[in-house]
Design a protein around this ligand. Structure first.
Ligand SMILES: *Cc1c(COP(=O)(O)O)cnc(C)c1O
Length: 431
């Protein structure tokens, strides 16, 4: 399997290069050259198969030219160590709970797959890899927990001092082993700038093997298609069409759903639901694509003004804007609407997190306008991850799952770092 850059289809690389580089040299996103199509006969067997068995078939179809069957099984087993249950909320409305992993958000799937695949691809190399990650919260915890204890890889996380919630911070600063956290005197953009400069610094790149594990990496993006296949297989079989609603920020998660559709999964409609960072819904409703600065909302993991996976949406539909608009409907919601939905759904006994609430509302609005559908929305995080917002909205305590509460007892261990590239470079050179 070869990958091309969305900026230049003549630039083609193998899996190892796409994963280790992350981003193409021309800043394009890597995309698979051919998308394998699973037969209807195989898809019809999925309802009787386990999540892991489905994972083996799908990852096998995509990666069998680059990895052995043994490696594929190992990768899938390492990634899918927790379930993604489909919970029925109402007639024809289902929540796909993606928060049962170690850091309670769907990013665990991609981070676990990425860490394992990177260590496999580097097995024969005796060089140590350094993964640099700038985070405003969730990415740091998923990547740190995904790479914890992985041989040959050290992870260095840069986060803005005082700008990350206590719970989020504890999820990556207390781990030890191969995970180091740098507390940067600045904001998230400063952290990202330091990381970008490091990737461009010739001297550092000669001395160290540096890589990124951010969400545009194919090794984080592709495995997210697995839970679409799984959820679809668990829906009741009837003559209703199927819609998936995805609360979206950088649009990697929904792009993985479209990948599943292109591989033959008969999803009829996608609903892209956002907060007021509405660039993509506006585009889908007829406006030009216009990046903007991000606006802070209660669903803060989706506060993205320039969604980095947007080129993938177009590429998946062969660059045809109209086909994209026919397959994906866009909706956006204010914080007030999000909170109202959380309150309303809680009355029927289900607690949504603010991101899942945006997805739920998108699905309901779509189904209100279109009949004969059954729909799934992706519940991307446990409400306990955003308990400040949830407790305020619902007026009741959120009980933290044990594994989340356990992080709070860990000892924070960080290295202070100024917002200055020479200082950061000196630190990296000393490793
Ligand atoms: C990252 C994140 C999202 C957005 O996912 P994208 O793939 O960036 O669209 C949604 N919800 C939660 C909880 C997240 O952490």
């Amino acid at each position: 399997m070869k990958f091309f850059s969305t900026n230049n289809s003549d630039h083609q690389v193998d899996l190892a290069e796409a994963v280790i580089k992350g981003l193409a040299p021309d800043q394009g996103l890597y995309m698979p050259m051919e998308i394998p199509i699973l037969s209807k006969k195989l898809l019809d067997k999925f309802p009787e198969m386990s999540f892991q068995e489905i994972g083996n078939e799908v990852i096998g179809a995509l990666f069998s030219s680059a990895l052995s069957q043994e490696q594929i099984r190992e990768l899938v087993d390492h990634t899918l160590t927790f379930d993604a249950p489909l919970v029925k909320l109402e007639e024809d409305v289902y929540s796909l709970e993606l928060f049962h992993g170690p850091t309670l958000a769907f990013k665990d799937f991609g981070a676990r797959f990425c860490s394992k695949l990177m260590s496999m691809l580097l097995e024969k190399s005796d060089r140590k890899v350094r993964v640099l990650v700038a985070t405003s919260g969730d990415t740091g915890s998923a990547v740190a927990n995904g790479f914890l204890g992985v041989d040959g890889v050290d992870v260095i996380i840069l986060f803005p001092k005082g700008k990350v919630s206590e719970l989020q911070e504890k999820q990556f600063t207390t781990l030890g082993q191969n995970i180091t956290s740098l507390e940067v005197d600045g904001v998230f953009d400063d952290c990202q700038k330091l990381v970008k400069e490091a990737f461009l610094d010739a001297e550092l790149n000669e001395k160290l093997l540096l890589t990124s594990a951010n969400s545009i990496n194919v090794a984080r993006w592709i495995p997210q298609c697995l839970y679409y296949f799984y959820a679809f297989s668990r829906l009741p079989k009837n003559d209703k069409k199927v819609a998936f609603a995805v609360p979206s920020g950088n649009f990697g998660n929904i792009a993985a759903g479209i990948l599943a559709q292109r591989m033959g999964l008969p999803i009829d409609q996608f609903v892209a639901a956002t907060n007021v960072n509405r660039v993509v819904p506006d585009f889908l409703n007829g406006a030009d694509f216009q990046a903007m600065s991000s606006i802070a909302t209660v669903s803060n993991s989706m506060d993205v003004g320039n969604p980095s996976n947007f080129p993938r949406l177009l590429a998946l539909y062969g660059g045809d804007e109209q086909v994209l608009k026919d397959n994906v409907k866009g909706y956006f919601y204010s914080d007030e609407e999000t909170i109202e939905v959380m309150q309303q759904v809680k009355k029927s006994g289900y607690m949504l997190d603010p991101h899942g609430a945006v997805g739920y509302k998108g699905l309901k609005d779509f189904m209100g306008e279109n009949s004969n559908y059954q729909g799934v929305f992706l519940e991307t995080a446990h409400p306990g991850k955003f308990r400040g917002t949830v407790e305020k909205a619902l007026g009741e305590k959120v009980i933290l799952p044990e594994r989340l509460a356990a992080f709070l007892e860990g000892e924070k261990d960080v290295t202070a770092m100024g917002n200055d590239f020479e200082e950061f470079k000196g630190y990296l050179k000393s490793l």
